[in-house]
Design a protein around this ligand. Sequence first.
Ligand code: AHN
Ligand code: ZN
Length: 325
Amino acid sequence: MKNKIFLLLLLVFVCACEEKGTKPIKNIDSTQAAKPDYSKFPAFNADSAYSYIQQQVNFGPRIPNTKSHKACGAFLAARFKAWGIPVIEQDFSVKAHDGVVLKGKNIIASLAPTAPRRIILAAHWDTRPWADEDPANPKATLDGANDGASGVGVILELARLFQTSSSKPTVGIDCILFDVEDYGKPAVEDSYCLGSQHWAKNKHLPNYSAYYGILLDMVGAKGARFNKESHSMNAAPSIMNRVWEVAGQSGYGEFFIHQMGGMITDDHYYVIKDANIPMIDIIEYDPHQGFGAYWHTQQDNMNVIDRRTLKAVGQTLVNVLYTEK
Ligand code: AHN
Ligand code: ZN
């Protein structure tokens, strides 16, 4: 019996040696694909993204039911259309926590609209009506340069880049700009994210679905650190890990941190729960320190926006989407 086992082991050993002798030795694990050559993908222009943020801020705070809000919504839809990207404007009315009925508009712009495999890029375009975290001026308004406008600015630049480049991602991309995200009251359940709640229950096309989604929230501040938000990690760990891995390979590991980031009730939460689409949230939030010091204060203006952060997020997304099969 022992002899037989010995002979069997010997046979296995000899075969393994022969294998080595006849085939070139591959020392990379087959599960760990070689790093793609990201330099061949289009370059994300952070100046362009910055300018789209500035243009939103120039409208004034984009508070639902105001002129500035309406004008900025029209501008955003027109921006996509001018690049030849079809847009669906989803208008809705919703009662907020304070009883006010808000007129909202989700803006959906679709690249390669007939491609069957689709990925969502989302951000919210409205501004919180109150700087309620501002110790000096809690009733004042805020510019919302980072909270809202930064994610939209990155998405506009990605749409422009994909539409005008000769090489395209093979997947279809739906840019969804959610409205009325930030009218909520702390600790009042489901009082935030009213636009995404509406969309998740009333998608812009019948039977619409997507392979996955990426939400951008506060992606432009100087020195931003993106930890791995927990709803995202629960719903789409492989997407999360891939985005963070691509970020590291692209040279942006100082922004994308391999650390759990706490649980945020953001637009992705409702897309996961009510639309059944896995979505991750790239958001600046630290589990110990919370949001950035500018958050929901009057400091959330163009002074906090840093092109290096915009580049890190934008180029990471280019590299993720161009390596998507
Ligand atoms: C809560 O604070 C519950 N959610 C944060 C979502 C948010 C507000 N994102 C930007 N502003
Ligand atoms: Zn906010």
